[in-house]
Design a protein around this ligand. Sequence first.
Ligand SMILES: Nc1ncnc2c1ncn2[C@@H]1O[C@H](COP(=O)(O)OP(=O)(O)OP(=O)(O)O)[C@@H](O)[C@H]1O
Length: 422
Amino acid sequence: MPLPWVEKYRPKSFADIVNQEEAKYVLASWICAKFKAPKEFCARWAKKKDREITEARAVLLAGPPGVGKTTIVHALAREIRYELIELNASDVRTAERLRQVVGSGLRESSLFGYEGKIVLFDEVDGLHVKEDKGGLEAIIDIVETAKVPIVMTANNPYDPKFRPLRDLSLVVNLRRLSEDEVVEVLRRICVNEGAKCEDEALRSIAKSSMGDLRAAINDLQMYLTGGRKMLVLDDIKRAGERNPQLSMFEILDRVYKARWFDEARAVSFNPSFDWEQYFVWALESIPVVYKDLEAMSTAYDRLSKADVFIGRIKRMQEWELLPYAMELALGGVSQIKDKPRLPPFIRYGFPQRLLLLARSREARRRRDALVEYLAQNLHVSKSAVRSEILYVLSALSKANPSVVEKLSKSLGISAVDIRTLL
Ligand SMILES: Nc1ncnc2c1ncn2[C@@H]1O[C@H](COP(=O)(O)OP(=O)(O)OP(=O)(O)O)[C@@H](O)[C@H]1O
């Protein structure tokens, strides 16, 4: 599977982040005033001296989607060589778990030689004040007591429910990117991918992204899937028309807009059709296309039946069953009784699953490093760690959570790192 370009081109340093200078200066000034940070970094970026900034307990980055809120914190952690502890609304949902993760995570030193830790609460506005009351209170509690930098992000922090959190934090607004800025980033990606992209085509993508760089990059990747090296305005206008090298965007469009069963099934005969990718995309596109619950559930039902076939095919290597799976996954998803009228332009999104896989790469890398570390120190093989020791540890730690703490002390590994393994 290709790496999503939003991850591939996620800026690694402050300098690479496009046009959020004010936010960079404020964040850097805050970090440099209150925490340990490299001199060169502070000399370049810490330009603000206002007390409001240098004394704030936490920073709340606010702004529309896809303008770099999460990216700026990742880049900051890298610049100051801090370990990033990233949490989102679902982690925060149970206050207990939050305390566990953040509490011990902040106490112990890290296995990987970082200078410190920085906590990112991503999308705090994803919290529901009623259901997640404990979560919001826990964040406030942590902001009030923590000794490490805490940064939060939100699309809309002005909701009254966040008042207490807002009062404790320095709110930094990130700007929506201009059309020219988006075009500039897209142009650089085209050059890097060795693709010739017409300026007008990039401008058209930028226009419809409305300042959301993530959406624009996803769109560009969709237009250039399958190793295409050329993009002209006509491609964008024509998306959906016949073309032998179909992008996933076009494949989905053809499947959903097919007028009869055979037309949908015929999409699989196209040389660029990749059924494994199609499954991932179809799974997330169904609710985008079918707003009607009945239609949505029928489509999911057919896709799940196709998936049962795929499971059997993989287990028993009975490839002759593949046509049945394809009929269900293509014709079945497309031809639905009383099918609702579809809009002329459907905005398919890049599958979150692929994005998550890319994002969790770092977590997987760490897990591997830890398994190796345990294997070496306990003088057993890595597979023994994975198949036996982790299992025993997980059972023991459920019965008695202090086991993890003890192990953490005797091996000198952070308890959080151990917990990620269990
Ligand atoms: N200012 C920027 N400069 C360079 N790239 C950016 C910028 N903003 C966004 N991007 C690109 O868009 C992707 C998404 O950005 P990011 O996840 O930081 O957005 P966000 O503001 O946190 O959005 P959301 O609120 O939806 O989480 C990044 O991986 C990066 O490729």
